[in-house]
Design a protein around this ligand. Sequence first.
Ligand code: ADP
Ligand code: MN
Length: 294
Amino acid sequence: MKIGEVYRKLTEDDFRLLRFFVDNLKRFEYIPVEYIAQRVRWLNPKELDARLRKLHKLKVLERHPTMNAYRLKMLGLDCYALKVLADRNIVKAIGDIVGVGKESDIYRALDAQDRMVVVKFFRIGRTSFRHATKVRDYGMAFERGTWLVRSIVAGRREREALKILNSFNVPNVPKLIGGVLHAVVMEYFEGVELYEVRSLERPEEVLRAVLDTVRYAYWKAKIIHGDLSEYNILVTSDERPIVIDWPQYLTTVDPMAEQTLRRDVLYVVRFFRKRFDVNMDPEEALKYVLSPIE
Ligand code: ADP
Ligand code: MN
């Protein structure tokens, strides 16, 4: 079932109960029903039990295989975040999935003004967790337990980065619209990832625009992307590059700042040379980025 479908099956009381799970994410993985019953006074034990079973059926919660305890699933966190976004008038409707990244799922959505936006739900640890089931079995429970928490941290990090970038008008990055927990709501761009682009009319200008984003981020916002690559640049039909995916950003005072900036710049310059035959010296590009603005 899609997020939107599950979301619409949830009532105010369901969300209130989900909120209890979200508030206790850091304390528990599975929460014993007995403990929930003690704290959730607005539901009698029978109602509580019925509601928990409903949420388990919808795959929003998961029941422990042997104990009478439940844990929040990623879908539950998604639905709860959507509810908060709807209550705050940030998102009005959620649509289809438009991108599956390394560490996130991206949905198209409508904001309160009917603008097309995207909601990025972080899924930190998804791939490594899948991998872990094959490679090693123990340590898994722990990884799994911190999965949601780490996704929330990543969401906050990306919102912070976009907020700073936007406040300094750094060009060619999405505008942050809002967000909560592991969800980031931002401007939608119709574009393709750079790694899928086979040819460009003006590759030098596109590269220059990317370098300008890096330069303005560095000098104005004082942050460094940290994972710049052909996978984190969208190209619009009028050949405008948009630099996305900022949760791993560093500040310019970070001990790793210089090294990271260098890696970002050299990497992207090399990609433009290999793919589009752009003849720019990587060290010159780095010098350009490091030249102060104004
Ligand atoms: P991840 O951390 O999972 O790599 P990204 O931020 O790179 O997440 O996003 C994954 C994919 O989702 C992108 O490659 C792109 O296709 C799509 N996407 C991300 N942000 C936007 C956006 N603002 N507008 C349109 N598509 C986007
Ligand atoms: Mn990415």
